[in-house]
Design a protein around this ligand. Structure first.
Ligand code: FES
Ligand code: FE
Length: 434
């Protein structure tokens, strides 16, 4: 597991006082200056940041508007198929040159004064060129590229760090978890639909805190668990409600702030993901249909209709949850957008993907609002300036919870707040680098 040591000289380690072993300071969620620094150092410093999934750029000249922190970015696939990313920021007077979410374009003409850039970023035309003297150098006025763009099996990341390790190295022990998720689709994963977007009035880290939090479901998602429990003891997520630390689930710390909650040990054998899924409209009829059309393969296909049963958090902004790709998009210190992209998979009958889409409507509709209500209430609570600390001390010094695996990965009980302690070490490392 990569080291999480702070390498900056002591004098520059200005954020150390905000992070202690068992707690973080409220200012990390409320201070606009902390937020502004995060946008530079966490979403633009040494780290890789998730930008897009390749399938969102399906053909030559496809483009997608995204953000890298607050920076507007256009991810493009050029005419030769190569994926690039450039800042969506006109080199003339800074207007965004692309105002569409996605589409096909060989070039972008800035709507302000009409400068035109091709989709690799070069400036190819300015209106009425006689107005520029001999010192005007089009070659120096292209759109600024994201320093490096790299793809890991369809997941596109960008960094401003020319010396960053490869994405695969940076993902490190997270790669087998992402591989598991990708390999569930025998014919690859495709991001379907535009997106399910939700905004909340709270800091972006509240979503990252929560993504690796196995402590909250029994309380935050009480109504969802009650519905599941009525259908049987082992229904999806019901296991979070009863002494979950004594069950088989584990959380794994994967280095560089990444972690995963593994719910799969709650399920045994082919067909068990499907058998324990929460109720869905038309589910019984659908199962009959799949069993009659694909006898002999029905259990495998039905399992692919429901979530992966892992929650993989890739710091700082990518959450792979169930079958979805969720992106955390900070808007301001107290405003965040969460974008959920539903996925389909290749190599399966179309019925499987239809049911996957139904499954993917479930949690964003019935579970995520519970979480976002709490994010907003945390932000409201943080307004009590006299109470300074936010605790992440569950599991700290608890005998027998944390184990180091042969690969150096630390695993622990599912309600341990180690996920927060782990990623804040990475956060601190990035924030302390001037
Ligand atoms: Fe883009 Fe002027 S700001 S052309
Ligand atoms: Fe939740």
């Amino acid at each position: 597991m990569p080291e999480l040591t702070v390498t900056a000289p002591i004098a520059e380690r200005t954020y150390d006082r905000y992070v202690r072993e068992d707690r973080v300071h409220r200012l990390l969620y409320t201070d606009p200056e902390v937020f502004a620094t995060e946008m530079v150092r966490v979403f633009g410093g040494r780290s890789w940041v998730y930008l897009a999934h390749e399938s969102q750029l399906p053909q030559a000249n496809s483009f997608l508007s995204v953000r890298m922190g607050l920076r507007p970015v256009i991810v493009t696939r050029d005419k030769d198929g190569r994926i690039r990313a450039v800042f969506n920021r006109c080199s003339h007077r800074a207007a965004t040159v692309c105002r569409e979410e996605s589409g096909i374009a060989r070039s972008f003409q800035c709507p302000y004064h009409g400068w035109t850039f091709n989709n690799t970023g070069e400036l190819v035309g300015t209106p009425w060129p006689k107005g520029y003297g001999p010192g005007f150098d089009k070659g120096r006025l292209g759109l600024t590229p994201v320093t490096r763009v790299e793809t890991y099996r369809g997941f596109v990341f960008g960094t401003m760090n020319a010396d960053a390790p490869s994405v695969a190295d940076w993902l490190g022990p997270a790669t087998p978890w992402l591989d598991y998720w990708i390999d569930r689709g025998p014919g690859g994963v495709v991001v379907r639909s535009a997106a399910h977007r939700m905004g909340y009035r709270g800091n972006w880290k509240l979503a990252f805190d929560n993504a690796g939090d196995g402590y909250h479901p029994a309380f935050s998602h009480r109504s969802l668990l009650a519905v599941a429990s009525r259908m049987g003891d082992s229904k999806d997520m019901a296991y979070f409600g009863r002494t979950p630390d004594e069950g088989p689930m584990r959380a794994y710390m994967l280095g560089n702030g990444h972690s995963v909650l593994d719910q799969r040990p709650n399920y045994q054998g082919l067909g068990s993901f499907w058998a324990n899924q929460r109720p869905q409209p038309g589910r019984e009829r659908f199962e009959e249909l799949v069993r009659s059309r694909y006898p002999g393969d029905a259990d495998r296909l039905l399992d692919l209709c429901v979530g992966s049963q892992i929650n993989l958090s890739i710091f700082p902004n990518l959450l792979v949850i169930g079958n979805q790709i969720q992106v955390i998009e900070p808007l301001s210190v107290e405003r965040t957008q969460l974008t959920w992209n539903a996925t389909t998979i290749g190599g399966v009958p179309e019925e499987v993907n239809t049911m996957r889409m139904r499954t993917q409507e479930d949690f964003p509709a019935f579970g995520e609002p519970d979480d976002q209500a709490n994010f907003e209430e945390v932000q409201r609570g943080l307004a009590a300036t006299e109470v300074e600390w936010v605790y992440m001390n569950r599991g700290l010094d608890v005998d027998g919870w944390q184990e180091v695996g042969a690969d150096g990965v630390v695993s622990t009980a599912i309600t341990d707040e180690l996920h927060m302690r782990h990623y804040y070490a990475q956060w601190l490392l990035l924030m302390n680098e001037a």
